[in-house]
Design a protein around this ligand. Sequence first.
Ligand code: FAD
Length: 415
Amino acid sequence: MAITSDKLTTSCCIAGGGPAGMMLGFLLARAGIDVIVLEKHADFFRDFRGDTIHPSTFQLMKELGLLDEFLQVPHQEIERFTAVFNHTPLQIADFTHLPGAKKAIGMMPQWDFLKFLQQQASQYSCFKLIMNAEVTDTITENGRVTGVKTSSKDGRSEITAAVVVACDGRHSLLREKAGLKVIRSGVPIDVLWFRVSRQQTDPSQILGRFSSGIIMVMLDRNDYWQCAYLIAKGGYEKIKEKGLEAFGNNITQVAPFLADRVDELKKWEDIKLLSVDIDRLQTWYTEGLLCIGDAAHAMSPVGGVGINLAIQDAVATANILYGPLREKKQIDNSLLRRVQKRRTLPTRFIQRLQTTIQNSVFQKRLSATNKTMKPPLFMRLLNAFPLLQRFPAYAVGIGLRPEHIQTPDVGRAAK
Ligand SMILES: Cc1cc2nc3c(=O)[nH]c(=O)nc-3n(C[C@H](O)[C@H](O)[C@H](O)COP(=O)(O)OP(=O)(O)OC[C@H]3O[C@@H](n4cnc5c(N)ncnc54)[C@H](O)[C@@H]3O)c2cc1C
């Protein structure tokens, strides 16, 4: 939909149509709450995101009565995570024992997942998604955020709301405008992001590949591999200096089956540098404004858990806010504090885990030159004792304090 008026009013205004924003918008609209989601891009077709659908998300789809429909969206399912270390496979996570609707990690391009949420949400007349609408500022009255200013191809407009939820990702403008204090963790890695074509005979079910000084994660997108090549923070220029051929040789060293295809990377523009951040807000809210997902806690791609946390935040927010919104009560700080209180433990646990893995595994391996370097002890233990593989599977697939749908379905209305 387009913005047709320079002033709109809604119950909940959501900035950002990523996993957190789309899930929250859907759940609130399904519960009969007027909601406007503002997304600055024209579509969901953006590349720099993970593709993981976690077992917890499959379970939420089941609770929403949408699991069968959701499973029709093309995806692959991975039951076990295998890391290849110097060409030796090590199994490190086993999802087959998890509770819930699906005992596997789904791999689905994120644009398909967001499109699915959009299609579901669009069946409720309370839901409005405005694409191409960038939030540019907050509207504040007597110290309370009462709405946002937006800019779109249709011009500028103002949207007032009982509550504004910032789901605008790790570079959140709203959290900056609100002056919320950010606690940053040092991150020793960045990611180079590129595609190489995929052949049906390529090995599947393997995500991480390690060799001396090289770590690469590969996401299967059917006709191509989306590759995430980890580098030491700030190290891209050094890699460029060595040239594309040397870079291609490194890829082949860690994934030999790509040898006949690395020359698809013809120029450095084919390779995007993604800066990795881990941070979290000290306080996730101010009067009238709540931050969730990466806007409240930017996640590293390590372990592929940021989408899970974003969705779980959205479910917790909907569970806590829909009642007061339906009763048109003032959304005060005590309600917003409840969201932060509920979601802080899972967030801090995963961020601590990501920081530990980055510092003790990735940083060490990226600077290694020893070709016979052993896999880290924890990987060897996981591989040797399959029972232990259930722990990382639970942390990645479900996480601490899993959320469940408590919001009602007030019925779909033809728009
Ligand atoms: C390279 C990389 C790979 C990753 N891989 C994985 C993975 O495999 N699995 C996993 O679980 N996590 C992964 N993550 C982390 C994951 O992408 C995030 O944690 C997750 O996307 C957070 O969801 P979100 O909805 O909070 O924010 P985002 O996904 O960042 O969505 C924010 C949305 O807000 C929009 N927006 C921003 N500013 C504005 C504005 N001013 N006005 C309107 N709209 C705005 C953006 O366009 C975007 O659509 C990865 C991260 C990186 C960097």
